[in-house]
Design a protein around this ligand. Structure first.
Ligand code: NDP
Ligand code: 13P
Length: 353
């Protein structure tokens, strides 16, 4: 019986990796989880709890943790990589000797590598050359998944087998897996929304109201999709779970680590203090620098990201930056129906009349 079970490997012992490992085990897969922390490995295998990242959550006892990469990957047909972006490539390289091209490799990481502006699935592709590669992304706070709150996610891949296998492995009565073939757009959506979650946390702690939050999220969506489309993504992806869906949850919840960094800074903490107090990765801090640099290079208008960058790295007070943003030229609501150029042109005509 056990011989027929799908073998799943999860690389990473953080909150999301742990939640996914447990779902796959609930669905009957044989699941092994790799983490480097030996003490935590022992605790997971003994207590079926991840005391560091998800302390209140009972992990399915069938999940076996290990710090031995080889044994975790041995025979695995589906591999989820849930490692922060800064360490992602190094861990994939460590895994490479035990990966083979029939395997399905799926990134769950919402970040960007500085060198070459690479997304995580591009790193999977570069390091392995495999064809079954996908990205899992969506409004997926790990703590809520652990509580079995009704949740939906997206598996994005141009490979139909990857999409179908992930839907079967993770789909259950509280976790729905929708499919997309816009891997780049889905992955970019997950990385970009972290920027605006920091800004939303800041706005909340500065006492800004619901109108402000709504403006921030909607203009963030315009900015994210403008950036992604300029880089080749499909704009329609941003009306889906991995675009507006993830933006809503991460900009609304103090369970989001990015939101919490912004909230702490709005309360007067420095960036370093906010990140240290979090003790986990907030990918948006790194992403905002990379995205602003790329936007400047490509000539993409990103006032919110640029404003946040000034607050995080150039000591501009958040409240002053918000006021400055309100003084920007008023432009188009939905650029896919009325272009920014048309609005500018109309203003020139008005000036001439
Ligand atoms: N948490 C969430 O709600 C969600 C997270 N994600 C994304 O998934 C990714 C992973 O998330 P999550 O599980 O929450 O991450 P966590 O920050 O909770 O954990 C990261 C894991 O990666 C390990 N790790 C970090 N650096 C290294 C390294 N150099 N070598 C080996 N292992 C390393 C950590 O090990 P150690 O403890 O030893 O440092 C830990 O096991 C994130 O980048 C995030 O964007 C996506 C959806 C939801
Ligand atoms: O991506 C997430 C929810 O979808 C998690 O966000 P944080 O990394 O900000 O915790």
């Amino acid at each position: 019986m056990t011989e027929d079970r799908l073998k799943v490997a999860v690389l990473g012992g953080g909150s999301f990796g742990t939640a996914l490992a447990s779902i796959a085990a609930d669905n009957g897969a044989t699941v092994r989880q790799w983490l480097r922390d030996e003490a935590l490995v022992e605790k997971i295998n003994r207590d079926h709890r991840n005391s560091r990242y998800l302390p209140d959550f009972d992990i399915n006892p069938a999940v076996v943790a290990s710090s031995d990469m080889r044994s975790v990957l041995d025979g695995a047909e589906l591999v989820f990589v849930a490692i922060p972006s800064k360490a992602f490539r190094a861990v994939v390289r460590q895994a490479r000797p035990w990966l083979h091209q029939r395997q399905i490799l799926v990134s769950t990481t919402k970040g960007i590598q500085e060198d070459g502006f690479k997304l995580m699935s591009q790193i999977l592709e570069e390091e392995t050359g495999f064809s079954h590669i996908g990205v899992l992304s969506g409004p997926n706070l790990a703590a809520e998944i652990a509580e079995k709150q009704l949740t939906a996610t997206v598996i994005a891949s141009d490979d139909a087998l990857t999409r179908a296998r992930v839907q079967t492995t993770l789909g259950c009565d509280y976790f729905r897996v929708y499919a997309s073939n816009d891997r780049y757009g889905v992955e970019l959506g997950g990385a970009l929304k972290n920027i605006y979650a920091i800004a939303a946390g800041m706005a909340a702690s500065l006492g800004m109201g619901e109108n402000t939050r709504s403006m921030l999220m909607t203009r963030a969506l315009a900015e994210m999709s403008r950036f992604a489309v300029a880089l080749g993504a499909n704009p329609m992806t941003f009306i889906g779970l991995a675009g507006v869906g993830d933006l809503i949850v991460t900009c609304s919840s103090n369970r989001s680590r990015n939101y919490r960094v912004g909230y702490a800074m709005g309360q007067g903490r420095t960036l370093d203090e906010a990140v240290d107090a979090l003790g986990q990765v907030a990918e948006g801090v790194n992403t905002v620098s990379l995205v602003c640099a790329k936007a400047r290079q490509e000539g993409i208008y990103m006032p919110l990201a640029e404003g946040l960058y000034q607050v995080l790295f150039n000591n501009v007070p958040a409240r002053d930056m918000a006021k400055l943003l309100m003084l920007n030229e008023q432009s188009s609501d939905v650029e896919f129906t009325l272009s920014r150029e048309d609005v500018k042109h109309a203003r020139r005509l008005e000036g001439d009349s």
